[in-house]
Design a protein around this ligand. Structure first.
Ligand SMILES: Nc1nc2c(c(=O)[nH]1)N[C@H]1C(S)=C(S)[C@@H](COP(=O)(O)O)O[C@H]1N2
Ligand SMILES: [Mo]
Length: 419
């Protein structure tokens, strides 16, 4: 019996796997380092972590507005805050694509490290890594598909899958950061010392994850190589951003060769996501006997003339789509709070808005009382100086400050207290 204290269970080394299994990519020297280094992986990891963090927080905000838990408070001002947070969500997500590709290129040799897992803690970290890679790839692919092809491709399943995968990926990322933090700190410290001081050996590039190979395999100057790779990745991320961010930053829209939407393109100078034909409301939205129903202690039935006879107000408010495009426009119509007061809906009530559209995830929306009572929240009849275009929600549509586009219901048919 040993009196020596033993390592905790999760740190006890596994038995060495049989050497005969060490074949293919696991064979010693099978993968050449070709410019890869731990210092490069560490820096890419930091960049990715920053982009992922912004993407996660802004994504949680967007989810919170659309499925608010009781504690979630989203303000009505500034009117364009959601435009900024969702623009950031999509922009950081897109910039992450080249970062993630570079990171995968930089670290994939470590997938074939020998032995594959040293102990139980290492095994957990390695499993988390697989979850992290799969989750990150899924988030980027599904997000890009959603921005490019809209909701039709993945249907209503997209938001739920994108949301839950984000949590799973975050969990795996936390484990990964826990496992790598010490390595990253050491690598960065060593490479900083090395880049400021006289060149010496490539100690910073030899770590547990990249043990280094035969000297004549190593690149002549790892620092120069690393900088070149990082500069290329930064340029790629910058190019992706420039080619897409014009979908929300109007002055850059001329550069938006990759953006699926552009502000200013569409009827009345505004993009359209779901057209009247697509929503199946062509016939019902154009009927002469259209009546908007506002249900409270009294029930109002208002035709277009009756709506136009009510006091009209104008507001400059953006449509900010979850897909990342956004555009501001000038809306004119009736204040929602005037209609609610007229029908006797309690001012503290959350308000439900329903469309003429019969089916589809975005045929109805719930407006918290603060938004329903906001003086800028309109039932718009006019857009940019003309009668609301059929594809923008004629006869009338909701437009409220600081809300995602999906909640700005078009072709409104019914308004009442949410129950
Ligand atoms: N009834 C209804 N309203 C809707 C939608 C819808 O599918 N049905 N799509 C929403 C989405 S996703 C966005 S981004 C905005 C776009 O408004 P616009 O077409 O006027 O630009 O409308 C919203 N209103
Ligand atoms: Mo949207």
């Amino acid at each position: 019996m040993s009196t020596q204290r033993r390592a905790p269970l999760w740190r006890r080394p596994f038995p060495e796997p049989p050497a005969g299994l060490r074949r293919g990519p696991f064979a010693p020297g099978a993968i050449r380092p070709a410019g890869r280094s731990a210092a490069l992986s560490a820096r890419l990891g930091l960049w990715l972590g920053a982009a992922f963090g912004i993407c996660l927080v802004t994504g949680l905000i967007s989810h919170g507005i659309q499925h608010p838990p009781s504690w979630f408070l989203w303000p009505t001002r500034p009117v364009s805050l959601y435009r900024v947070t969702q623009g950031l969500h999509v922009a950081t997500g897109l910039a992450t694509v080249p970062l993630l590709l570079a990171k995968l290129w930089a670290v994939y040799p470590t997938l074939f490290r020998w032995p594959p897992a040293r102990d139980a803690a290492d095994l957990l970290a390695r499993c988390a890594l697989l979850v992290l890679v799969a989750g990150a790839v899924f988030e980027l692919v599904s997000g890009v598909l959603n921005t490019a092809r809209q909701y039709a491709v993945m249907g209503f399943g997209f938001p739920a899958a994108h949301y839950w995968t984000a949590w799973i990926t975050t969990g795996a990322l936390v484990i990964h950061i826990g496992a790598q933090a010490a390595v990253v700190r050491r690598v960065l410290r060593e490479s900083r010392r090395r880049t400021s001081g006289p060149p010496d050996d490539s100690a910073a590039d030899r770590t547990a994850e990249n043990p280094g190979r035969a000297g004549n395999d190593a690149p002549a100057d790892p620092v120069t190589t690393r900088r070149a790779v990082l500069a290329t990745v930064a340029a790629a991320a910058g190019a992706v951003t420039l080619a897409t961010v014009g979908q929300t930053v109007r002055p850059l829209s001329g550069l938006s060769v990759l953006a699926p939407r552009r502000p200013g393109l569409g009827p009345q100078g505004l993009p359209v996501n779901r057209s009247a034909a697509g929503a199946g409301v062509l016939a019902t939205a154009t009927r002469d006997d259209y009546r908007l129903v506002v249900a409270g202690t009294r029930t109002l039935r208002l035709g277009l003339d009756a709506l136009a006879a009510l006091p009209q107000h104008t507001a400059d408010l953006p449509i900010a789509c979850v897909e990342g495009w956004s555009a501001s426009a000038r809306w004119t119509g009736v204040r929602l709070r005037d209609l609610l007061a007229e029908a006797g809906v309690a001012p503290g009530a959350d308000v439900r808005i329903e469309s003429l559209q019969r089916s589809g995830a975005y045929r109805a929306a719930t407006l918290p009382a603060a938004f329903a009572q906001d003086p800028l929240t309109l039932l718009a009849l006019r857009l940019n100086g003309g009668t609301l275009h059929l594809d923008h929600g004629y006869p009338c549509r909701l437009i409220a400050p600081n809300r995602p586009g999906v909640l700005q219901t078009k072709w409104v048919a019914w308004i009442g207290a949410h129950r």
